[in-house]
Structures are given as C-alpha cells and as structure tokens.
Design a protein around this ligand. Structure first.
Ligand code: EPU
Length: 338
C-alpha cells in the first residue's frame, strides 16, 4: 500500500480548496481496497471519489482512500436493453459519452455532471428531468468494518431527491465499488421537456433527436450556465431546491408575483433556490475569493484562494437571509467536511 503523508487535496476537490490530509492512498482494485481496509480503522478513513460534492473546511486528520477503480463493460443485453457495469472510479461524464457513442439511452440528460460513477447513487444525481434512479439496477459495495460484500438493489437504495440510504442509515459504512445501469438500445425514451433542451434542439432544427443530440444540447446549456470547475472552483448546486407548503407559497406570491415553482403534491411545491438567492441580490456577489456565480445563483464559487471556511460562512449567510426574507430553510446539498 503506497501511502503519501501530508497530502494536499487541492487537486482532488472541485472547489479547489487547499487543505491537507494526514495520509492519502490510491485504491486501484477491490483486492487493494480489502487490504487497505484491514490496515486502517474505518473511523480513520475518509472516502474520496471525484471530490465534486464536498466542501473541505479544514485539514483532514484521516487517511484518504482515493477510489480509483476503473473499468466499464456490458454485462448482458437483450433485444431492447443493455446492462452496463461501471467501476466506482470512472469519471461520470466520460462514462456517459462512452454510452452515447454506442447509442445507449437513458443518461444523456445527465451529461457533464461532475464527479465519479461511484458517488452517483449517493446523492441520486439528477438534471433536466432525469435522475440516476431512472436507470439504476444495483450497486456493489464493501462494508468498511466487516469487509462484507453487499449488493444494493434499487429498492435497498431508498432513492429520493438528491438522497439515498448512503446519506442516511448506510452513511459512512460502505464503499461503493461498482454500479449497474439498464440502458435502452432502441426506442429511447427521449426527455426534452425540461428547461431549455427543446429550445436548444429547435434552434438546431432537430425534430427527432437522438441520444447524442440531447446530450449535446445538455452540454451546451450547462456550459453556458454553469462554471467549469477546472476554471472556477465550485461544486454545482450548493443547496437543494426547498420543498414549501402550498399555503406558505400562496402567501409568498402576494409579495413576489413571479416566484417560480414546480408541483410536488397536493400540499407542496418545490421552489428553485437559485431564484430565492438571486432575488436577494446575491448573483455575482463576491467577498474575497468566495462568491456566488454570475449566471446561476445556486452555485457558490472559489475565485482562487478562498478557504473552505469562507465559502461555508457565505453559505450560512445566504441560508440566514433566505430564512429571514422568505421563511424558507435552505438545506445544503454539498457535504461540509468535517
Ligand atoms: N433561477 C433564477 N436565478 C438564478 C438561478 C435560477 O431566477 O440565478 C430560477 C429561474 O426561474 C430558473 C429556475 O430558477 O428557471 C431553475 O433554474 P435551473 O433550471 O438552473 O435549475 P435549478 O433548479 O437551479 C436544478 C438542479 C441542477 C440541475 C438543474 C437542471 C438542484 C439542487 N439543482 O437546478 O443540478 O442541473 O436543475 O435540471 O436540484 C447540481 O445538482 O449540482 C445541479 C447543477
């Protein structure tokens, strides 16, 4: 096991926060993972994937297990569907492109989401009307203490909006090693109704879009709106879109006529957190190197040398202002470490 001491995590988190880990180990195979788990107590391990959904607010006094399990393959197929397994360390977007090149459908709307395959079930990644749960079959994982291998079915995962068992009962207990997805080979269920996808396709005069057309449209929309973490540190949406009681929402409409919402049920609506933060005037706001993105108020950014604490303070300030002004509690989507 090759252990590096006092390892800077700056290049391992998309916020680009410069903190140090006590120790850093790159895991390249399941047998290496098993060996490493035998040597380090579970409580001393910090599991790291693509680092795209964390905000590091301090040095990590633990051994980082950098899960770099690579490989993807077609496990089985029939006339209409293909079952694809990808190992946890595969970059999510590269995996999406690999599927699209073979005209496999189902994850084209999830193009360009940062992060790795192994962390995709944890927060049930989603965009443009599709969530991982729509194509997820199962994932393999290892229990960090007992080393027992467990297969989590769709039902086991208890998926919700940016939520799963891995954020609840199973939190910090398992390391996901691979994910199995069911994708279509023909008669793809193309979803273009959400956001600007339809407009993007119309502008290109595409009437019967292929999965590649949809992926290209999503890439164009995301590139225009969301900052590239390689150029400007960020973790995508910092907060979840809050679910608001309809009575409360009707009250808010009296003051804010244009407040947008998506229906959830008879009693609740989802309100875009980006709109709430934007309405408070935070879009493009900057305090030192911590700021709010100029095109999408839901994305907090690091202009260079912000510390995790500074970004966190800004996030808390926004939470407080949203609470004071709209009476709505914003929940952070990004994991704050520690
Ligand atoms: N809005 C504003 N100002 C802003 C941003 C948004 O007014 O600065 C309003 C607009 O009315 C806009 C609405 O909010 O129509 C929704 O904005 P957008 O379409 O950008 O989507 P979102 O709800 O802010 C969610 C996901 C994104 C995902 C997009 C597209 C969450 C927390 N975020 O954002 O996911 O890409 O929908 O499906 O659910 C991520 O999780 O990291 C992420 C980027």
């Amino acid at each position: 096991m090759d252990i590096q001491k006092d390892f800077s995590l700056k290049n391992h988190n998309t916020f680009g926060i410069d903190v140090k880990a006590n120790a850093f180990v790159t895991i390249q195979s399941v047998s290496e993972l098993e060996k490493a788990l035998q040597q380090v107590y579970a409580s001393e391990i910090f599991v790291l994937g693509g680092g795209s959904n964390i905000l590091l607010t301090d040095d990590v006094p633990k051994t980082v297990f950098y899960i770099n399990l690579l490989g993807k393959k077609i496990e089985s197929e029939d006339d209409g569907f293909v079952y694809v397994r990808a190992n946890a360390g595969e970059n999510w977007h590269r995996f999406v492109l690999w599927c699209i090149n073979q005209d496999f459908g189902g994850i084209e709307n999830l193009s360009l989401i940062p992060g790795n395959v192994g962390t995709s079930p944890i927060q049930n990644i989603g965009a443009y009307g599709v969530e991982l749960k729509d194509v997820f079959v199962s994932c393999e994982a290892i229990h960090m203490q007992s080393l027992e291998h467990k297969s989590f079915t769709h039902q086991d995962c208890q998926f919700g909006y940016r939520d799963s068992i891995f954020k609840n009962e199973a939190k910090g207990k398992y390391i996901i090693t691979s994910v199995l997805l069911k994708l279509s080979k023909k008669n793809h269920r193309i979803k273009t109704s959400y956001g600007a996808i339809q407009q993007e396709l119309e502008a290109k005069n595409i009437q019967q879009p292929t999965v590649k057309d949809v992926s290209d449209a999503v890439i164009a929309i995301r590139t225009a709106k969301l900052p590239n973490p390689k150029e400007l540190g960020n973790s995508g949406s910092f907060f979840k879109n809050p679910i608001v009681d309809k009575n409360h929402f009707v009250e808010l409409q009296k003051t804010y006529e244009n407040i947008p919402s998506y229906p959830i049920s008879e009693e609740f609506v989802k309100v875009p957190a980006g709109w709430l933060i934007d309405t408070l005037g935070y879009k493009g706001y900057r305090n030192g190197d911590a700021g709010v993105h100029k095109n999408q108020a839901l994305v907090l950014v690091n202009y260079g040398n912000a510390s995790g604490k500074e970004v966190y303070q800004l996030a808390q300030e926004i939470q407080q202002k949203v609470k004071d002004t709209f009476g709505i509690t914003l929940e952070m989507e990004v994991n704050i470490i520690p």
